[in-house]
Design a protein around this ligand. Structure first.
Ligand code: PAF
Length: 292
């Protein structure tokens, strides 16, 4: 009997990377990838050493054992509706921000794992088809209620076997807030000023980074989210340095004329500011200056 497939929803850079890495592994079973225009049957992947490989993808004949939701945050729920999954199908959410995760964790009638990943990938510019694995990172997995530790560990082990280093964790909400802080600073600034991430380490934008980090630190303290080991600004600066040559996902969206993840990334911070009656003028200005 063929193993139940894993289905990846969303053929953006991360969706293609996860589908390609899983399809390239020997013993993982069929992997299907559904993009905006339906199922893809093949994919090209450039490895971190620069070599290319072509991979065959499956057409799922059985209901998926796991669905990796790799769409942009605003598209996740619609993609799930269109996929017409059996109730109870387990999900793994890869979205940026902190909006889809709490919503689906409360509403989806099955296990919902959330992931915070530092894998870096970008799509080949059209007409080429394929994904470039720009830098290997790490993916943390867990569910917000802490009820699916065993499933998170099993999924993490499979991803690791496929070359996507992953671990299950008990504090995925904290990891998601840490990732959100990075995205809330880097993505809107790089998109607005149309610069690579590394430009944020230099004046005048470095001052804007510091001001946003200070507001985020205040919000996170009010929400009792523990800071990263390096502190909020140290953490954001380290990611800016590590991804200096990257075009952020939001800048890529703006340049391609697509909608952005502004609401998924900045709204949860503005909601915290309202809850705790804190003034966050820089974050609010950033929100209004960023295309939706
Ligand atoms: O969204 C992105 O582009 C990435 O999460 C990050 C870490 C900001 C690097 O570009």
């Amino acid at each position: 009997m063929t193993a139940a497939p894993w289905l990846v929803l969303g053929a953006g850079a991360l969706g293609q990377l996860f589908a390609a890495r899983l399809a390239a592994a020997d013993d993982i079973g069929p992997i299907a990838l559904r993009g905006r225009h339906g199922l893809l049957n093949q994919l090209r992947l450039q490895e971190t050493d620069g070599s290319w490989r072509s991979l065959a993808l499956a057409s799922p004949e059985a209901p998926p054992a796991l669905v990796i939701v790799a769409t942009k945050a605003p598209d996740a729920e619609q993609a799930l509706q269109q996929a017409q999954l059996a109730p109870g199908t387990p999900l793994l959410l890869l979205q940026n921000g902190f909006s889809v995760q709490p919503r689906l964790s409360a509403q989806w009638p099955g296990p919902v794992l959330c992931a915070a990943t530092t894998e870096a990938a970008y799509r080949q510019p059209p007409p080429a088809i394929g994904v470039v694995h720009a830098a290997a990172g790490h993916t943390w997995l867990g569910d917000l209620a802490g009820q699916h530790r065993t499933m998170a560990a099993a999924v993490a082990a499979t991803l690791t076997r496929a070359g996507l280093a992953a671990s299950a964790c008990d504090d995925i909400d904290e990891k998601l807030w840490h990732k959100l802080a990075v995205n809330a600073v880097i993505n809107p600034l790089t998109a607005r000023h149309r610069v690579l991430n590394g430009t944020l380490a230099e004046p005048p934008l470095s001052a804007e980074v510091a001001a946003l980090c200070a507001e985020i630190a205040q919000l996170m303290a009010a929400a009792k989210v523990s800071p990263p080991a390096a502190g909020w600004q140290g953490w954001v600066s380290a990611v800016i340095e590590a991804t200096a040559g990257n075009r952020s996902s939001m800048l890529q969206d703006v340049l391609a004329g697509r909608g952005t993840e502004r609401d998924a990334i900045l709204q949860p911070l503005l909601a915290l500011a309202d809850t705790h009656a804190l003034a966050v003028p820089r974050l609010r200005a950033c929100y209004h200056a960023t295309p939706a």
